[in-house]
Design a binder for this molecule. Structure first.
Ligand code: PEP
Ligand code: MN
Length: 258
């Protein structure tokens, strides 16, 4: 797709905003050192561009698994070193930014923190690429303005991630706003990726929503994968297994924009 505005974000030798759509995949939560290292190796074999994995998990219920914390950030880096894959994880709190910056290639700002302007300012200072997820009740204007906090802090390595918004619909976990993602892409020129896992809450919708994302000329997808999704410590229902991941990765890898 030809665009007037087309900003690119480079992460090692991966370019967001280029013709080739990017696939980010990995577990919702890093469950152990072995877990993330094994999954990193498997995903590498099946064609992944960036490895994801949550260390600090923003769970609705405080009794649910909260992630392993900073130890898991170290495991993620180890997985990155073994596979040579760039890695992304969510930073939940300002005090972790400095500590995490040498361990990750991309900082993720989660949906619940899109409005956390002091966190955005702090992350901006690192000048590292940032995946800015859409707040689940954020308008496009609010999402765009959240990115301005990064820009004004001197960081233009911004990748927007549409992850669904809350509507009256209950059939899906969130309502995946693909039209909104498209509009933001056209308007800002920054790369926009889509997270169909949180965007739908349903593993059967991952492949069709990935197809829809790429057909809109958006810049990639972020997908939750687990060797045994029903045993995952978080978000199992929206997590795909390796067989389905392979189909999604083949689709993304063979996608021809022209
Ligand atoms: C995630 O990607 O791990 C996550 C928690 O997503 P969101 O912030 O979109 O809910
Ligand atoms: Mn999740």
């Amino acid at each position: 797709m030809k665009r007037v505005l087309n900003k690119k974000v480079k992460v090692r030798d991966i370019v967001f905003g280029d013709k080739k759509p990017i696939i980010i995949a990995g577990p919702c939560s890093i469950e152990s050192r072995e877990h993330i290292i094994n999954e990193a190796k498997s995903l590498k074999d099946m064609g992944v561009d960036v490895l994801r994995g949550g260390a600090f998990k923003p769970r609705t219920n405080p009794k649910d698994f909260q992630g392993i914390g900073f130890e898991a950030v170290k495991y993620l880096k180890e997985a990155s070193e073994i596979t040579n894959l760039p890695v992304v994880t969510e930073v939940l709190s300002e005090e972790d930014v400095e500590k995490m910056k040498d361990y990750v290639d991309i900082f993720q700002i989660g949906s619940r923190n899109m409005y956390n302007y002091s966190l955005l300012k702090k992350v901006a200072k690192t000048n590292k690429p940032v995946i800015l997820k859409r707040g689940f009740s954020a308008t496009l204007y609010e999402w765009e303005m959240a990115a301005k906090y990064l820009e004004d802090g001197g960081n233009e390595n911004i990748i927007f991630c549409e992850r669904g918004i809350r509507t009256f619909e209950t059939e899906t976990r969130n309502t995946l706003d693909l039209a909104g993602a498209y509009i933001l892409r056209e308007k800002t020129g920054y790369p926009v990726i889509v997270d169909p896992s949180h965007g739908t809450g349903k593993r059967d919708l991952i492949l069709p929503m990935t197809r829809a994302t790429l057909s809109l000329g958006l810049d990639g997808v972020m997908i939750e994968v687990h060797e045994n999704p029903d045993k995952a410590l978080s978000d199992g229902a929206q997590t795909i297994d390796y067989d389905l991941y392979k189909k999604v990765a083949d689709y993304v890898g063979n996608f021809d924009e022209d």
